[in-house]
Design a protein around this ligand. Structure first.
Ligand code: ASP
Length: 331
């Protein structure tokens, strides 16, 4: 039986069932708060699969959502934009390449500027760990972290948890191997926090140079042998080799990395026979993962992860703007 405490009801004093103004990380969320966001996301999956006319809900009508992405993104930016539009918000994407950030504006000045525009929700991606918390501190509206440096990527962890829960029917008790460039990965960090909170057994697997020191303190086991690390795993989550965050020689060469840590059909045989393969994208095909594995519809959940991303981001935008919209029980 699950030992995750059930979600407490909203109190008459108005303490609502998700008592957070921002979503800057999985850190600080109670297990039932994570489950609550996953449950909220379920309703949007069906809506997103419906006809064009049925794919809208107008609960965020009149609200302005600013997506401020200071770092490249395809999936996350697009899905936040689609999520906001499906909910009826006015969505504005800040074009960082043409913004004053390039002229040397400080992060705090940018935050003050965004605030002065009376945004109702701001989604931020930034290359510096902690930048999103800094901005969240300076603005009057909810802030969602779309990835900050190596720190956190909470909506990625939520969409991954939703994908696992739907494919496997549960999260608790599963063995999840998070493999590859753990050192530079905010996806790994947020997933470790969320999956351990939901009582999965988490292993991190990778070369010693790409495993952060003392990561075992996060409640994971550490494996430098790939075959041993994925042995019997229910979920094999591959990470991108983040060469843009590497200043020196963390890995000898992509070819050698693939030989030791690339997920091939043969290697996957070490995992449980029905193991699910995941990757947050973008993939370096032929480096950390082979196309045969990535494109196998029976094993790979990679496109489903992208699909769940829209549902999860709709849930987060809805829940975080409830106080602002005066939704009963959330004021
Ligand atoms: N898209 C994910 C992120 O922004 C993973 C990656 O870039 O490798 O962190």
């Amino acid at each position: 039986m699950s030992d995750i405490a059930p979600r407490p009801p909203a109190t008459p004093e108005g303490v609502h069932p998700f008592p957070h103004r921002h979503l800057t990380g999985i850190q600080g969320l109670q297990p039932w708060e994570i489950m609550f966001l996953l449950d909220e996301a379920e309703q949007w999956i069906a809506l997103n699969r419906g006809s064009a006319q049925a794919r809208h809900d107008h609960r965020l009508a009149g609200l302005t959502q600013i997506n401020a992405f200071f770092e490249n993104s395809t999936r996350t930016l697009l899905s936040f934009e689609i999520a906001g539009k499906r909910l009826g918000a006015d969505v504005v994407n800040m074009a960082v390449a043409q913004s004053s950030v390039k002229k040397g504006e400080t992060l705090i000045d940018t935050a003050v500027t965004l605030n002065a525009m009376h945004a109702d929700v701001i989604v931020i991606r930034h290359e510096a760990s902690g930048a999103v918390d800094l901005i969240a501190d300076k603005v009057d509206c909810p802030v969602l972290n779309a990835g900050d440096g190596r720190h956190e990527h909470p909506t990625q962890a939520l969409l991954d948890a939703l994908t696992i829960r739907r494919r496997k029917g549960r999260i608790e008790g599963l063995t999840v191997a998070i493999c590859g460039d753990v050192l530079h990965s905010r996806v790994a960090r947020s997933n470790i926090l969320s999956l351990t909170a939901l009582n999965a057994q988490v292993r991190v697997v990778g070369p010693p140079t790409l495993i952060p020191a003392a990561i075992d303190r996060m409640g994971v086991s550490v494996h430098t042998d790939f075959d041993e690390g994925i042995a019997g795993a229910d979920v094999v989550m591959m990470l991108r080799l983040q060469r843009e965050r590497m200043a020196g020689g963390y890995v000898p060469s992509p070819r050698e990395y693939h030989a030791l840590y690339g997920l091939t059909p043969d290697r996957l045989k070490q995992a449980a026979p029905d193991a699910l393969v995941m990757h947050p994208g973008p993939m370096n095909r032929g480096v950390e993962i082979d196309s045969v594995v990535a494109d196998d519809p029976d094993r790979s959940a990679i496109t489903e992860q992208v699909e769940m991303g829209v549902a999860v981001r709709m849930a987060c935008l809805d829940v975080l703007t409830r106080t602002r919209r005066g939704v009963e029980g959330w004021a």
